[in-house]
Design a protein around this ligand. Structure first.
Ligand code: M6R
Length: 613
């Protein structure tokens, strides 16, 4: 939530900052701003709304400074407005700060500063930061090059909460100082220039070499150099990481929206996630995961913990773990897990799933599991993300950058990686027949071609979306893994089309929800399991009788039923079917959003990575 960007070098900073902000806009888009050092003073421009509004602010194009910071906001404290947008300055306009995160003790600090004569213009938590830096500067009687850095450190030591902060100041006009705690920040190293960003893709077209900061590490950037310091301000060395992602992977590539591009990338992203982890006639290989038979035999529970779509990936994978590993699995919402005192010890294996690797609740849940002695595995799409630095083991989905706020290809890559992990554990435990394991492996290898087939056949989904886009409520039904997909289909629809929807386990329908079914209500069902297919088909008949419009996605032979529309998908083992059956759900949500003329990639009130609780 919130995107921050910075540039220091020999080029004009403003176009580079705007370019970075446009790429970070998915992290928040209610207001934006930049500060640039012009000679010895700081020029700041802000505006409410999208980055394009910032680009229209009179005078912004006259900026010629080569050092600057920028911010795109997702409001937490204070409504979206020009005054509340970042950067925020101290009372003397000498220190400019952008911040991603939340300062939990800001009102205490604000009171203290007000008592010391400081005035506040905004309703934000952030404004205390430049003013506290200013206060701390005045307390420091030493006059040396590290004076500003010391004041920033003293300020950060007083802050409670999360922050990634960039500071520029007219008293140190040739530097940018950055620091982070529990919020993402990367530094890109260029030739005679350096960059700062909340994530790698935003500055990938400028550099492929990055430094990752740990909590309470500081960096002082100049045009030709970056100096790093630990939490006590002792100089430290950091290794540069080279990223292999292609910058064009973060472009739209001819698609109307990132979301559509990412939906269509799934055959490729699934292939990348499978990589060499599954091969015919040999055991699965998961590099970097050192799990012994002795340890696995001692595990009495696996927790799959995540938020939102990533949590749905956990739900979709629970059955395969239980079937192939014979270990009970609990799927938890991270924000509940971290406060519910879960039963954890060294016999519980905890797997945390996060596309961004920056979700505050998921990271906190992982830290909690570690304190109880549980082994922790992180699954993320972002190399070097915070969660991967906390976990005992980190596995990457390799789905490529996911830019649209609504997650699609990350979800399917998370499921496939979890499925592979279940097979890998099962092979270590040696509890299933090789026929069973080999047949699932073959199905996984066949998946990309099946996804391609589903993606070629979208006309019926488009037409159905056209017919129902004005609906106020839509229901999703499924059983087993199909229920997990129903939940994800419902979430996608809510996120990008703003239509109220609910997902139910089809067997639960007559225990209450069927009261909501009346003439004309749309019910979407997923059926991929031959065992429960006749049962859910009867459940659908029950809603048809009550006047519902029905749309069914299935690979079962249900052609002669009374459904209004039926989409056939290829045959597949129900244990891994969510990867395939979710595609029509993603497209359905997408086409409805387009019919309604909404911004598919940047739905209202949402942000790509949720770095606050
Ligand atoms: O980056 P994460 O996977 O940890 O994000 C978790 C959720 O915030 C995320 O999946 C969210 O639900 C998406 N907007 C879903 O499309």
């Amino acid at each position: 939530m919130c995107g921050i960007v910075g540039y220091i070098g020999s080029k004009k900073a403003k176009p580079i900052l705007i370019n970075g902000l446009l790429r970070l806009e998915y992290r928040g888009y209610d207001s934006a701003g930049i500060s640039v050092i012009e000679g010895t003073s700081i020029s700041t421009f802000k505006n409410k709304g999208r980055i394009k509004n910032l680009m229209d602010v009179p005078g912004i194009n006259d900026l010629s400074g080569k050092i600057g910071i920028g911010h795109t906001r997702w409001a937490t404290h204070g409504k979206p407005s020009s005054t509340n947008s970042h950067p925020h300055l101290d009372n003397e306009n000498k220190i400019s700060v952008v911040h991603n995160g939340i300062i939990e003790n800001y009102s205490e600090i604000k009171d203290f500063l007000i008592k010391n004569g400081y005035k506040f213009l905004s309703e934000t938590d952030t404004e205390v930061i430049p003013n506290l830096i200013s206060y701390n500067l005045k307390q420091d009687k030493q006059n040396d090059a590290l004076k500003l850095l010391r004041a920033i450190k003293k300020t950060c030591d007083a802050l409670k909460g999360s922050f990634a902060i960039e500071v520029i100041s007219s008293i140190l006009p040739n530097n940018i100082i950055v620091v982070r705690k529990d919020s993402p920040l990367v530094i890109g190293k260029g030739e005679n220039e350096n960059y700062i960003s909340s994530d790698i893709p935003a500055i990938l077209s400028f550099t492929k070499d990055f430094y990752l900061l740990n909590d309470f590490e500081y960096a002082v950037l100049s045009e030709n150099d970056i100096k790093f310091y630990n939490s006590e301000l002792s100089p430290i060395e950091k290794q540069v990481k080279s990223i292999t992602w292609d910058a064009t992977a973060a472009e739209k590539d001819g698609f109307e929206d990132f979301m559509l591009k990412e939906i269509y990338e799934q055959p490729k992203s699934i292939r990348e996630t499978i990589g060499s982890r599954i091969q015919k006639n040999s055991n699965c290989v998961i590099d970097d995961l050192l799990i012994t038979k002795e340890y696995l035999s001692s595990v009495n529970k696996i927790f799959l913990v995540a938020c939102g779509t990533a949590m749905h990936a956990g739900l979709a994978s629970k059955p395969i773990f239980e079937k192939l590993c014979k270990i009970p699995v609990e799927v938890d919402v991270a924000s509940e897990f971290r406060y519910r005192d879960p039963l954890l010890d060294d016999k519980t294996l905890c797997i945390f799933i996060s596309q961004s690797g920056e979700t505050a609740d998921t990271i906190a849940a992982l830290k909690l599991a570690k304190t109880h002695g549980s082994k922790t595995i992180a699954i993320s799409n972002v190399i070097g993300s915070s969660i991967t630095r906390e976990a005992d083991y980190s596995l990457y989905t390799h789905a490529g950058p996911e830019i649209a706020v609504a997650s699609t290809k990350a979800y399917t890559s998370q499921i496939i990686l979890l499925d592979i992990m279940a097979i890998y554990f099962s092979e270590i435990l040696n509890i299933c027949s090789s026929e069973e394991i080999n047949s699932i492996k073959q199905e996984i290898l066949d998946l990309p071609a099946k996804l391609e087939a589903v993606l070629k056949n979208t006309d019926k989904i488009k037409t159905f979306a056209k017919n129902v886009y004005k609906e106020k409520d839509i229901f999703f039904l499924g059983r087993g893994t199909d229920y997990a997909v129903a939940l994800e289909g419902s979430l996608k629809l809510k996120e990008i089309s703003y239509i109220h929807s609910e997902a139910y386990s089809a067997g639960e329908l007559k225990h209450g929800p069927i009261a909501l079914i009346e003439n004309g209500v749309t019910v979407i069902s997923i059926i991929t399991n031959p065992v429960t297919a006749p049962k859910i088909a009867s459940n659908i008949e029950e809603v048809i009788t009550r006047g519902a419009k029905t749309f069914v996605i299935t690979n079962q032979n249900l052609e002669n039923s009374n459904f209004d529309e039926l989409i056939s998908i290829p045959n597949i083992n129900p244990l891994i079917s969510p990867i395939l059956s979710v595609i029509p759900m993603q497209l359905f949500a997408y086409y409805i959003s387009k019919e309604k003329g909404l911004d598919v990639d940047k739905p209202r009130n949402l942000a790509k990575s949720v770095t606050v609780e």
